[in-house]
Design a protein around this ligand. Structure first.
Ligand code: ADP
Length: 300
């Protein structure tokens, strides 16, 4: 085979296992090259060498890789199971504190109300974290399936803005929306809503008070581009490399008094995966610290 291939393609490489006369097996590699001799005849030079040690090392590497895959699988299952188990009692804490705050507010004094708020907000954050961990497990085991339908992206964006309006108002942030009348896309509504909410809440979180957030939807000929731009603290080139990674949060603690440091750094990782499942992309642009950020999402 080595000789046939080298005359056909000019050179060739082959590996084979041979049985030694004392019964054990050894691996050989043959490398051959065609050349033309002075008399014009085509000849071949073949070098054979014992690669048994290399093969052994490769096999060990393969075994180790398989073990790592198994460990990673066990880790994903553990996260998935633990998150499911945590979710039910946590939902009870969340729902009960929400009910008390909504329906029994008058029956509590200021102190008790403060504690109730702490319980409610804490359980809200934990629910988000658990949902994110469950999403990551699904993504890693390819179990996150999209439920695709024709949806009006414009309505979806408007709903997301309405959901977060209160949070933006609290920080006196101005949200400027520039949308066409209608934009029908074949998408998973719930998953894309998750992406837009993540981008928008990041823009709110990382923009100091009185800043502006711009949401644009451009129906270009070659694609549809959704962008979320802010006038916030911006992203440096070094930070850009970490942004879309799992737990890709960076600490800018105490640098900005009105910038929240909450979050585990999972949102953008999940958003990127969801957008890519839709055959789209997430691109970030920022001129650097305190020069705002723009997240583009082109969908073809
Ligand atoms: P987190 O829950 O920490 O916000 P994300 O995955 O959504 O997680 O974001 C990862 C990191 O990217 C954040 O910790 C933040 O430092 C940075 N980041 C995200 N969006 C912006 C933005 N609009 N402006 C500045 N930094 C941002």
């Amino acid at each position: 085979k080595t000789i046939r291939n080298l005359f056909k393609y000019g050179e060739s490489r082959n590996e084979m296992r041979l049985k030694h006369k004392d019964g054990h097996y050894i691996w050989f590699e043959h490398k051959g090259k065609k050349f033309v001799d002075i008399d014009g005849t085509a000849k071949a030079i073949i070098i054979s060498r014992d690669i048994t040690e290399r093969k052994k090392a490769e096999n060990i590497q393969l075994e180790e890789y398989k073990k790592l895959e198994e460990i990673s699988q066990i880790k994903s299952e553990l996260i998935m199971k633990a998150s499911h188990e945590l979710k039910t009692p946590l939902n009870s804490v969340y729902a009960a504190s929400q009910l008390l705050l909504r329906n029994f507010k008058k029956e509590f004094g200021e102190n008790e109300l403060n504690f109730l708020e702490i319980i409610y907000r804490g359980s809200q954050k934990l629910r988000l974290l658990i949902d994110n961990l469950l999403d990551i497990s699904k993504l890693e085991s390819n179990e996150l399936k999209l439920d695709l339908k024709d949806e009006n992206l414009v309505e979806l964006i408007k709903d997301c803005v309405n959901d977060l309006k209160l949070r933006a108002d609290k920080k006196k942030l101005n949200i400027k929306v520039n949308l066409p009348e209608k934009c029908i896309l074949y998408i998973d509504r719930i998953r894309l809503e998750q992406v837009i909410i993540n981008l928008l809440s990041n823009a709110i979180k990382y923009t100091p008070s009185a800043g502006t957030i711009f949401i644009n939807l451009n129906d270009k000929k070659e694609n549809i581009e959704l962008s979320v731009k802010d006038t916030g603290i911006g992203i440096t080139n070094k930070e850009k490399g970490q942004l879309f990674k799992k737990f890709g949060k960076f600490n800018r603690i105490n640098q900005y008094s009105d910038i929240s440091t909450e979050g585990a750094g999972l949102g953008l990782y999940i958003s990127k995966e969801i957008v890519e499942l839709h055959k789209g992309k997430i691109i970030v642009q920022s001129q650097g610290r305190n020069r705002g950020s723009t997240f583009f999402n082109p969908f073809t």
